[in-house]
Ligand binder design. Structure first.
Ligand SMILES: Nc1ncnc2c1ncn2[C@@H]1O[C@H](COP(=O)(O)OP(=O)(O)O)[C@@H](O)[C@H]1O
Ligand SMILES: [Mg+2]
Length: 498
């Protein structure tokens, strides 16, 4: 890509116009540098164009039209080229100043504008200050500049983003799963953070075990028998919380009431007892303890759901505490993958709820000092609207709690969805980092525009035109939202080995 892009022709506030040098490509979303007078460098982002010509007025257009034949074809192309060529016609880039660097290399938010006719050029390696801020410690891809992909890595700082929640949005096929792989891969490379991924399609293990540090960093669990790559997940009776049960099915008021009474009366043993006792005996026991007589239909329904969960999630009285093992892996900075393709929605809801709850509980109980020694953990939740949609959020389930409270405890959510508009506003407003991939629906794009903490309105044209694997990364601490070509996971691994 050519470095020289054009000359500045107008600046007003943070708005900048420049003529694009003939034969140069400048695209929506390009980030360019304007060389100021005192070795200042102004960084600008192009968001629109206008084409201007001395022929632009009605008379001019009429004159040019007279050079065409009845079918709109040029009668004399050479003559027409002459009229249109040279500096009779210019393309003007409309851009916004993002920040500027002074001669000492300090970066500032816009405070002044560049001067008339300053040179506009592409970014290059020497724009190190800007690029250091963009790079972070978790690399995700390369800076995109319009059509070109630059050899400039972009990423995020885990310590500034994970605890503040991340949203990944894009239509099916836009590259969400690939992005999760790369993010998890980067976290494994870095080693300073933990990730818990609920893998509903069993699509991640193949990728993650290819990682050079997989043996020490990646741990896979599933509900089937332990095998070469995954360990069997087992739970003790006491580990299935009431919240986990409640999350997985629609219970009636009396059923909910019975559930809470059961857990109050039998505490840790409630699940074991409800599974092992006859319905009549349970009703009797509850009546004795609480004075309330529940119907056998109510208890049967609870018993039946508990039985299903016991089968699916291997709930039993075990010596080995797999749940604790998972939490320890996470707090020491590992990738934990929980495969859920084989289990029903019911099991998936219960399992993801109880794991997240256990993690939140564990982190909440730590003292400040202990917490400093533990790693920040990211919980990756796919098709998040199922848990954090407008209705489910109102139930204040564990994920809603995590979104609103977790940041205090070094936990963060990575909320993934193809339709951000389905998520509760309270959730969207808590996401301090957004990875916006291609979104086909205007309603989804508008929703993000209105909820994003960074002003991404000016990037509307860019967002509309994102291809597979391309995204806009907007995070709180970055001065501007950056266009990124996410590494294809296989290329990321390749890139690691160099
Ligand atoms: N950054 C990327 N670079 C190149 N190809 C990509 C990239 N991201 C995704 N793809 C390809 O696009 C397809 C869909 O990606 P995927 O991550 O599964 O999308 P989603 O999870 O959003 O449905 C995959 O075949 C993947 O290889
Ligand atoms: Mg996917």
């Amino acid at each position: 890509m050519q470095e020289y892009k054009g000359r500045l022709t107008l600046a007003k506030g943070t708005y900048v116009e420049f003529v694009v040098a003939p034969d140069e490509d400048v695209d929506f979303g390009d980030i360019l540098a304007v060389e100021g007078k005192n070795d200042d460098i102004f960084y600008i982002r192009v968001y629109d164009f206008k084409v201007k010509s001395r022929w632009s007025d009605l008379k001019g257009v009429g004159y040019l039209m007279s050079k065409l034949d009845g079918e709109g074809k040029a009668e004399n192309q050479e003559e027409l080229d002459f009229y249109l060529g040279g500096n009779h016609t210019v393309k003007v880039g409309m851009a916004e100043q993002l920040c500027y660097a002074n001669a000492n290399g300090d970066l500032f938010n816009p405070k002044t504008c560049p001067d008339f006719f300053c040179e506009v050029r592409a970014l290059r390696k020497e724009d190190a200050i800007l690029l250091a801020e963009l790079k972070g410690d978790l690399e995700i891809g390369l800076l995109k500049s319009g059509r070109a992909i630059m050899d400039l890595p972009v990423g995020i700082y885990g310590n500034k983003t994970i605890g503040e929640h991340i949203g990944v949005f894009g239509t099916t096929g836009s590259g969400k799963s690939n992005l999760v792989k790369v993010l998890a891969g980067s976290i494994a490379t870095n080693g300073n953070y933990g990730v818990l991924i609920f893998d509903v399609h069993n699509e991640y293990h193949n990728a993650l075990i290819q990682h050079p540090r997989a043996k020490e960093k990646v741990f896979i669990y599933h509900t089937g028998e332990s095998n070469g790559y995954a360990k069997q997940l087992k739970l003790d009776y006491s580990q299935l919380s009431i919240e986990a049960i409640v999350s997985c099915a629609n219970f009636t008021e009396p059923q909910l009431d019975a559930l809470f009474k059961l857990s109050t009366v039998w505490q840790d043993k409630w699940l074991e007892y409800i599974l092992n006792y006859e319905v009549e005996d349970i009703i009797e026991a509850l009546k004795e303890e609480t004075g309330q007589k529940f119907q056998s239909r109510t208890i049967s329904k609870i018993k039946s759901i508990c039985w299903n969960l016991k089968q699916e999630l291997n709930i039993n009285g075990y010596e080995e505490d797999v749940l604790k093992e998972i939490i320890n892996k996470l707090e020491t900075g590992n990738i934990v993958l929980v495969e859920m393709k084989e289990i029903s929605n019911l099991g998936e809801y219960a399992l993801s709820t109880l794991l997240s709850q256990a993690l939140l509980h564990y982190y909440t109980c730590k003292t400040e000092v202990e917490r400093e020694k533990t790693k920040t953990v990211l919980i990756v939740l796919e098709e998040a609207h199922r848990f954090l949609g407008k209705k489910s959020h109102a139930n204040n389930n564990i994920f809603a709690q995590l979104v609103s409270e977790a940041r205090k405890f070094n936990l963060g959510m990575c909320v993934i969805d193809q339709q951000p508009r389905l998520l509760a506003d309270q959730v969207l407003s808590q996401l301090n980092t957004l990875f916006i991939l291609g979104l086909a629906s205007k309603a989804d794009r508008s929703k993000l525009e209105s909820m994003s903490r960074k002003d991404i309105l000016k990037q509307r044209n860019e967002i509309k035109n994102l291809d597979c694997g391309e995204m806009i990364a907007a995070t709180n601490y970055m001065r501007f939202a950056a266009p990124v070509k996410v590494y294809k996971y296989e290329d990321y691994l390749e890139h690691l080995s160099h």
